[in-house]
Design a protein around this ligand. Sequence first.
Ligand SMILES: C[S@@+](CC[C@H](N)C(=O)[O-])C[C@H]1O[C@@H](n2cnc3c(N)ncnc32)[C@H](O)[C@@H]1O
Length: 372
Amino acid sequence: MKHGLQEYFVETARQVADPDENQLPSETESKCARLGEIFSKASSEGPAFDHLKKTTTLFGGQAISPSSAAGCIEDLQRSIKFIQAGYLATKKALEKFEDRPIRVLEIGSGPYAPIATTLASLFPQGEVEFMALDIYEVSISCAKKVAEVLGQNNKYREDGFIVADATQIILPEEHRPHVSICETMFTALEDEPQIAITANLADQMVEGGFFLPEQVRVSALIKEKPGNKYLGDIYVLDRSIAERVKTDGVLDPIKVEAEMIAEKIFHTDTKLSKTGNYIIVETRVKIFENIMLEPGESNITATFPVYFKGKGKALTIGVKTGLGIAGGSTIKKVVSSDSENPCGYDKNWINSHRLSSFWRFLEKLMPPGYPR
Ligand SMILES: C[S@@+](CC[C@H](N)C(=O)[O-])C[C@H]1O[C@@H](n2cnc3c(N)ncnc32)[C@H](O)[C@@H]1O
């Protein structure tokens, strides 16, 4: 039976990662849903995690619970595109680098490591070796068991199941990946630590390696009749952040925090309505080359409207938001429009964020065992 499951897994993995030309998009979706069922079945032999439903607040954002992380595979277009992008990037890395094996790391693997383990089934042992990293010990133990049940554990490095905080870890030279794949984000880069993790890990790679996603773009549009008018980008995340936030090669938490507060003023001649106006926030993810997740295509690129008051002709619109700041929905509090004072938003918001970061910073200075 186990052998049957392993073969079924490899066949399904292939159909999701590299579908033949005649496969309809709806068929790829149903194959990905089947992958989810296979992972769930395989994990039933590992440690229980489905009762672990609490998120953890860390520097850089929230680590969603092991139970929610397992559910992410059901965000089908997200999963399909990350797996396809990882497959393409790994093939390109095999062409680009002479080293064997090349290393592929799934950052924030959850209890299934669905991207790494799916890809593992498609590359021969010795050519590529895989690693999975997560903050939760139970997720990593489960990912290890899942890889074993699906017959892929021999494709992982022996020390390739890593429990660590991805915003802090320094990877040893022999762990540095040729391909890193990281989906630790929510729409509009709210709540989860994609920014802080990219800041820490995008330059801890083999020179010339691929960090996925290549870019996350959060944009603002204003609702007009008819249609929406593009105002501009609120924030664009790519691997260049890693250079901006390091001092002498070491992550500087203050610089990371500065990145996590985006403040933009857009000029517009939109006529505002007294009854209310909307900024539409769009998220677009360029995972690898031409593989994109477009606004509205997945939970992590869901589009949402932000209501604000105003009248007359707007000259400027101010948008201020906390990105990856645990506690979320920050953008909703901070949009306003006023030609005199375009950023007349809630000043307490920023102060309370600063206060809690300062407290986290102090906690780090406390001796181990200090009562919390
Ligand atoms: C959205 S889930 C993705 C799960 C899986 N990679 C997938 O694509 O379906 C994000 C994962 O990142 C992990 N995570 C969040 N913050 C982390 C951190 N600072 N260090 C390590 N892992 C983290 C969470 O525990 C969770 O398992």
